[in-house]
Design a protein. Structure first.
Lengths: 572, 360
């Protein structure tokens, strides 16, 4: 009797944690819809109205923003997915040398905050101050800059470059688990490698490609960093930056209702996108190797072609990381932005570093970032464990619905959650004074990254056989104790991987933070954004360099550990 | 008896007015200092990243402020969005009944008019409490006091646009004989206010026509503190910026190429003021700080770090420049009246038209 009571208590706790999280996700999505039916600011009385939708649909600006966002997303996909596929193919399917180095460089690339790279690209490829343009103009005697980053294709290109490593991660897993027998058969029948790639390998990984495309699409339509840093000053507005100005207007009061209407339409689109995403995921299992059959495909021999492969990789690293970071470093040394020249070199100094390094606001932002990097992943992992346990190991009715709700933040642009929680926190500020605190940031990060945590832990928990759990249950051990003593040790690599990935996401996040940060809840990304947006280009660059220098060793060691754990996880 | 009744009535009326008016007439600077000491040691200020000389200037101001009033206050300065967005946030917070995210507010006439209309500012008898503040410095009486005077104008990079080809006024910007030099490269501010204020001189139709032309020539939108993007050459010219003269003095002092040109005569001017929101978390500290910023010492710090100052504080760079060059400024009352009356159907329509033109 005592055991039953304890068992129920454990289940209740797990169910409670999962239930509250699901309610939070649904609640925030409903807040967006509710906002869209109201006018004025939180705290003002308002009748329910469809005026926001009428205003949105009758304004040509909305359509312009929609078209710009779609073009931006399409270019992002066009750059990131083919690059990701190429890198995955080179690393997973060929005999290219130094694969570990290539993998590590791509992985570390994910860790550098996108907005820093965007800042670097302004200094590289702007038609008037871009170093590459100036070089090309001098080299070929051109009157006008041949390239322009301050265009919709330009910002799509930068976003695509920064997302290519992510596409690589998504596609490489599919290539790794692809059935190699078909490729071998193709090779035996004398089909060329190129034809095999196009006719056999690509069709085999198409579910992963579709998943990557949908993922990149949702990231692009919500991305604030590149459109914010490059687009805004150049009169290019995407969905996220348009939404930013609705809440932070240059004229009059915030238009929460209109932003809610935008958001509701976006949520609708995101839900529609979930259908092909799920279909693609469902299909992906059909193309995997039958487990237990140790069968390794012979890698494609590149011959001297490995140099071309590494050449592509080297150009990518140069464009995606080295040059933007060098550009930021250069700007941080100057009293004002100038192209590299002897004259500029004479005035270069480290003066900015001494003035910004010990700034109390910067130290506070660093502390807040560190707090988020520890607390957010801990909550994400704890909640995801509860949700995944219910989804994969319980026989609870409605567990599929719980899984679907936990997955919802994945396709829905995260900034909508930020918008909803800002509105909600303002509404309840009299009762619960959360508005403007670091807790609001924590809450929205946790809500948004539960989808990632549950995806990782679902697949890990499924692999643990029920026998162990059932044996413990027969012995009268409570569910919580079984979870802690039996399941958690077995899925530890997955937990560590989810924790570290979420921690690193908290470190580089700008899109949600920019909507929520207040003076007391500034984080490093919003601090740099504030400097950049406030005209302090050199200071922003110097702080960015400090951020990279201080955080990179920590981030890199995290990542090395995560990769090792991931390796262990895949072999569990 | 009649005298008694009249006195009673007068007393009653006075009491009613005193009760209704939020003016803290009974406050003295000593009371504010005593109150400030009870409010803790932090004061929060959200503004543009380079405001008051950025980190360096703010550090010096903080030290001078504490020395003046015998306090140990720390200014928690955070870079935030535009002035209008910050005003909008304060209004939202006041309406939601919570403490404001910034203890005091920095903005110009249009922003103070917005805050005033939305009843979001505390009313303080600035000139009554602090002897160095005159009535004239209370640009928005009882609410906003002038911290620096910023005549608006055009700025350009002389390395990219030679002086002889540069515009001499706003009208030159859209002159087809001159404009090819900056067509497709011109930066304009994203604000409606600068165009709306031009209508005081030009009338609405001429402003709309000008706005259409200038937007067609533009390549991007820069905020009032992004002049470094003109210095860097990212944009060679900006159609209008608050504090054009100060930016020129500041950047030329660093050896950077930047020239300012008045767009109009008398120069349209942003009178940047400080005020205290109704739900400030540290109201006494905030009031002391606002008043302090109008005194000579912080004005000298502002001048040193960003060449800004109030023309109403004796001996400042701006006061000297305006006097010596006999430069006429647009009166603040003109634009304040415009903003306070601007919510008529006609005014709203005009602003909406301008906002739509700027969206192009």
């Amino acid at each position: 009797m005592k055991n039953i009571a304890r068992l129920d208590g454990s289940k209740l706790l797990l169910g409670g944690v999962a239930g509250i999280s699901a309610l939070a996700i649904l609640g925030l999505l409903l807040t967006i819809a509710w906002m869209s039916l109201r006018t004025g600011v939180p705290g003002q009385s308002s009748s329910y109205t469809l005026a926001n939708y009428a205003s949105l649909l009758s304004d040509p600006y909305s359509y312009r923003v929609a078209v710009t966002t779609l073009i931006f997303a399409a270019i992002t996909i066009a750059v990131s997915v083919p690059l990701g596929f190429l890198f995955a193919w080179l690393i997973e399917r060929t005999d290219i040398p130094c694969k570990a180095l290539a993998m590590s460089l791509l992985s570390i690339g994910i860790l550098f905050p996108t907005f820093l790279k965007a800042m670097g690209w302004v200094f590289l490829l702007h038609p008037r101050i871009g170093v590459i343009n100036i070089f090309l103009m001098q080299l070929f005697g051109l009157k006008n800059a041949p390239l322009n980053i301050a265009t919709v294709p330009g910002i799509g290109f930068v976003e695509g470059l920064t997302l290519a490593p992510l596409a690589y991660v998504m596609i490489s897993a599919a290539l790794r688990s692809m059935n190699p027998a078909l490729v071998e058969a193709s090779s035996i029948h004398g089909v060329s490698q190129w034809r095999t790639l196009l006719r056999i390998e690509m069709p085999l990984v198409w579910p992963a490609l579709v998943s990557a495309i949908i993922w990149m699409f949702t990231v692009a339509i919500a991305a604030f960093d590149v459109p914010g840093v490059i687009g805004m000053a150049n009169n290019i507005f995407t969905f996220s930056t348009a939404l930013y100005f609705m809440v932070n207007p240059t004229e009059g009061l915030p238009r929460y209702g209109l932003s809610g209407a935008y958001g509701t339409i976006m949520v609708g689109l995101a839900l529609i996108l979930m259908l092909p995403y799920f279909a693609a995921l469902k299909q992906s299992h059909r193309y995997q190797i039958i487990s237990g059959k140790s069968y390794q495909s012979r890698p494609v021999e590149l011959g001297r072609g490995w140099m071309l492969g590494w050449g592509v990789l080297a150009v990518y690293f140069l464009l995606a990381f080295v040059l933007p970071l060098l550009a930021i470093f250069w700007v941080s040394l100057l009293p004002y932005v100038q192209a590299p020249s002897r004259q500029a070199l004479l005035v270069a100094s480290f003066e900015r570093y001494s003035s910004v390094a010990f700034d109390s606001a910067l130290l506070r932002a660093s502390w807040n970032t560190l707090l988020l990097m520890i607390i957010v992943p801990t909550f994400v992992v704890a909640i995801s464990t509860a949700v995944s346990w219910i989804v994969t190991r319980s026989r609870l009715r409605g567990r599929i619905i719980l899984d679907a709700i936990a997955f919802l933040p994945h396709p829905v642009p995260h900034l909508l959650f930020a918008l909803a929680i800002a509105y909600f926190a303002l509404l309840i500020s009299d009762v619960v004074p959360l508005y403007g605190t670091i807790y609001v940031l924590m809450a929205v990060y946790v809500v948004c990254w539960i989808s990632f945590g549950t995806r990782v832990l679902n697949s890990n928990m499924i692999q643990v056989h029920r026998e162990l759990e059932e044996a413990a249950q027969v012995g009268g051990v409570s569910i919580l104790r079984i979870l802690w003593k039996v399941i958690v040790p077995l899925i530890r690599p997955g937990l560590v991987y989810a924790w570290i990935w979420t921690s690193l996401s908290a470190y580089r996040e700008l899109t949600m933070a920019v909507f929520l940060a207040s003076p007391k809840s500034q984080v490093l990304s919003t601090y740099i954004w504030g400097e950049w947006h406030g005209g302090g280009l050199g200071d922003a660059a110097a702080i960015a360099v400090i951020m990279m220098a201080v955080m990179s060793p920590l981030v890199a060691s995290f990542w090395v550990y995560a990769r090792r754990q991931q390796h262990i996880a895949s072999s569990v | 008896m009649k005298i008694y009744k009249t006195s009673l009535l007068a007393l009653g009326l006075f009491s009613a007015l005193a009760g209704a008016a939020p003016v803290t007439a009974a406050e003295t600077s000593e009371q504010l200092v005593a109150g400030a000491k009870k409010e803790g040691d932090e004061i929060v200020f959200v503004a543009g990243a380079q405001t008051f000389g950025g980190r360096k200037g703010m550090g010096e101001i903080e030290a001078a402020f504490n020395k003046k009033f015998g306090l140990k206050a720390k200014i928690n300065f955070a870079a935030g969005p535009d002035m209008n967005a910050r005003a909008a946030r304060i209004i939202t917070e006041v309406k939601a009944g919570r403490k404001t995210s910034s203890d005091f507010y920095l903005g110009s006439q249009s922003h103070f008019a917005l805050l005033h209309k939305e009843n979001s500012l505390d009313t303080v008898s600035w000139s009554g409490i602090f002897p160095w503040i005159t009535k004239e410095m209370e640009i928005f009486p009882g609410q906003g006091v002038l911290v620096y005077t910023s005549p608006n104008g055009i700025i350009y990079n002389p390395n990219l646009i030679p002086k002889d080809k540069a515009p001499k006024s706003y009208i030159d910007l859209v002159d087809p004989r001159m404009s090819p030099a900056w067509a497709g490269k011109l930066a304009i501010p994203p604000y409606v206010a600068w165009l709306a204020e031009l209508s005081l001189v030009w009338g609405q139709e001429k402003v709309k026509e000008f706005a259409r032309k200038v937007v067609a020539l533009s390549a991007g939108r820069l905020r009032y503190n992004e002049e470094e993007r003109i210095v860097s050459g990212e944009f060679p010219i900006m159609a209008n910026i608050g504090g054009a003269l100060e930016h020129m003095w500041d950047w030329q002092g660093k050896g950077a190429p930047l020239v300012a040109v008045p767009g109009l005569t008398p120069m349209n001017t942003d009178y940047f003021q400080l005020g205290v929101p109704k739900n400030s978390a540290h109201p006494n500290l905030a009031k002391l700080f606002v008043a302090f910023m109008i005194s000579k010492e912080p004005q000298a710090i502002l001048q040193k770090h960003e060449s800004r100052s109030s023309h109403l504080v004796e001996g400042t760079l701006m006061a000297k420049y305006l006097r010596e060059n006999r430069v006429a400024l647009q009166e603040p009352k003109q634009s304040i009246d415009y903003y306070l009356q601007g919510e008529s159907a006609d005014g709203l329509k005009f602003k909406e038209d301008l906002a739509n033109i700027l969206k192009q």
